[in-house]
Design a protein around this ligand. Sequence first.
Ligand code: GLN
Length: 444
Amino acid sequence: AFLDRIQALDGTVGAYLTVTAELALRQAREEDERRRRGEPVGPLSGIPVAVKDNLCIQGVPTTAASRLLAGYRPPYTATAVQRLRRAGAVILGKTNMDEFAMGSSTENSAFRTTRNPWDLGRVPGGSSGGSAAAVAAGEAAAALGSDTGGSIRQPAAFCGVVGLKPTYGRVSRYGLIAFASSLDQIGPLTRDVTDAALVLEAIAGPDPADATSAPVPVPSWREALTGEVKGLRIGLPREFFGDAVEAAVAGAVRAAVERLVADGATAEETSLPSAEHALPAYYLIATAEASSNLARYDGVRYGNRADADTVEGMYLETRKQFGAEVKRRILLGTFALREGYADAYYRKALQVRRLIKDDFDRLFATFDVLITPTSPVVAFPLGARTEDPLAMYAADICTLPVNLAGLPAVSVPCGFVDGLPVGLQVIGRPFAEDTVLRVAYAIE
Ligand code: GLN
């Protein structure tokens, strides 16, 4: 049924870069067989899931929406995808994204345009826009995305689905094509919070193949979904409700908080003063790490090699295949790391990152969760921000601080503005996915 739906809709929505129909049918039949034989099946047995195209699957094209990787078929599978399979999930295909996950609208894909299923003239958000659109359009029951500065939560908000960025270290990054390694996390995009808990349970947990995966046990997050919010202390950091945030978006979020208060939670305005520095700090740290991570695409070790007479020419022609945004990031990051500049830029940004982390720690001494809008605006029209990188970067002011601090956060739909979905962000303490999911469940 999902493959039929993809067939019918994806020419218009453009959520997928690759549909693995044969593989999906084979996996589905295997799950059926197992059931018929009375063998135990996993919690996601037969559930069709889409995977962002920066997650490696053995033998399946994996491009990160970049020409440099067109035609690449990895010899191994990302841990998160392996675990989905082990839970019985069926892989439908690979979803569109901004090239190397750099962007907020999926318009930086080298291959195709993804449209927001709620309004085909608008962006689905990014960089996991294909995953969000696939779930919103019913072209997948759930999807995996990656979130470096908001790339799961912001497209989830734009497409009216649930998107969860786990605590840094909660999900193994093995097999995720690296953008900014100290910020990247894999997480689910789903139709509701229960599904997010289910998928997270399947993919989370320590992994010997990723030294940054945390040795923290995986609880049953479904059990956290009680609907109970009595006594919950909610902080509303005013920096996330300021002038940059559309009044109607802030209003929808505040209305949802009022409903929690009616159910016995308390809510109080508070302040995260360092938040205003998150955007510049993020764009130094993320570009610095990206410039280093993307150095491997030289046409020798990785990436489609371009023809040239000299070695230098070969590097040059190969790396010309990067899109404009990726080139901009490599330039920025290389500059920030240059000898003589690193102290002024990169190290300064790391200091700001520490201040942001300290600010959050201070707030979490008082509050159980912080609630903010996921995005300052609802989905914007296709093309509206492509000529203005700073306007595009500003789409992430509410989500970036969370990655810099490594915290878990979920975006859950909380209403509509002009017929377009609004996302509410719940931020929690490190490894408090249970609390974050419980609050999101009470909101949806
Ligand atoms: N939009 C942000 C960026 O372009 C975040 C992207 C992401 O989370 N991968 O860097």
